[in-house]
Design a protein around this ligand. Sequence first.
Ligand code: PLP
Ligand code: COI
Length: 341
Amino acid sequence: MEKKNLDWANLGFGYMQTDKRYVSNYKDGAWDEGTLTEDTNITLNECACVFQYAQTIFEGLKAYTTEDGHIVTFRPDLNASRLADSARRLEMPVFPEERFIDSIKQVVTANAAYVPPYGSGATLYIRPYMMGTNSVIGVKPAEEYQYRVFTTPVGPYFKGGAKPLTIRVSDFDRAAPHGTGDIKAGLNYAMSLHAIVSAHKEGYDENMYLDPGTRTKVEETGGANFVFITKDNKLVTPKSDSILPSITRRSLMYVAEHYLGMTVEHREVYLDELKDFAEAGLCGTAAVISPVGKVVDHGREICFPSGMAEMGPVTKKLYDTLTGIQMGRIEAPEGWIYRIL
Ligand code: PLP
Ligand code: COI
């Protein structure tokens, strides 16, 4: 299979149309068999539930070319079960988890020419999503749904790659207590749009959201979880019911403990504690592990000792181990790597 002639090393995190996408429709209580299509457009009734009441959920995962030339994805079973959790929370039908995996396999295989080569620094981002499609005007869930998956080749989520980020403590919340912060619903991202635009205008890379109940604890950013490294080499990650359970974060907790021999703490993290950490980073499928050099809390600067020039040494070890597993350079725990080609 011949690869597309793209400037892989200079891709940003953007949408590029690839050849095929997967579509399956839900009607009369059942999913159809699903198909690949070249049609990038969706035509829906003006009153579709997704337009009126934002009944839409999504996932994000990546396909990688390994050192020995295979195309793989990373823990897609966890994306399947998180999409199912999101569906249940928004009263949507679950797309069967084994069919989720099969749809990923079909779309990646059909777009294999867009999977960036090993060593290019780029990956193929895979976006599964589902929406309520029939017309609904009284507030209630739809009865008909569409599940789709498209792919797009991507480079780093943050411009500047591994350069440490500056984050501000946000005055806005992305989620409510007992709300939908722990699922991957489009509405959470709509909540964060004003905050990210204003953060960028003020020169910050991202927002640190606090717990919406007390505003004393660290939650996450608009699109990634936090990881912190203590001065005595522990990995600390914030725990809260309104944080998205990041697959990258869960994997890093395992890697830190079982590959790097670190102590791992998944617990509430107070804003007041930030000044004591040695290193900080954002983690997620898109963010991979992006170092944070500085957090600004209403003018008060909290600078991590790892500095603004490069990724901290422990964060770097975590990054190298995780990406080594994903790219086949380091042996993966059982079941983490799903081979497509
Ligand atoms: N938190 C939010 C709000 C996200 O959108 C994402 C991205 O998926 C993450 C965390 C990271 O999750 P994952 O590692 O599963 O991609
Ligand atoms: C992902 O990491 O897959 C996400 O969905 C985050 C998004 C901000 C791109």
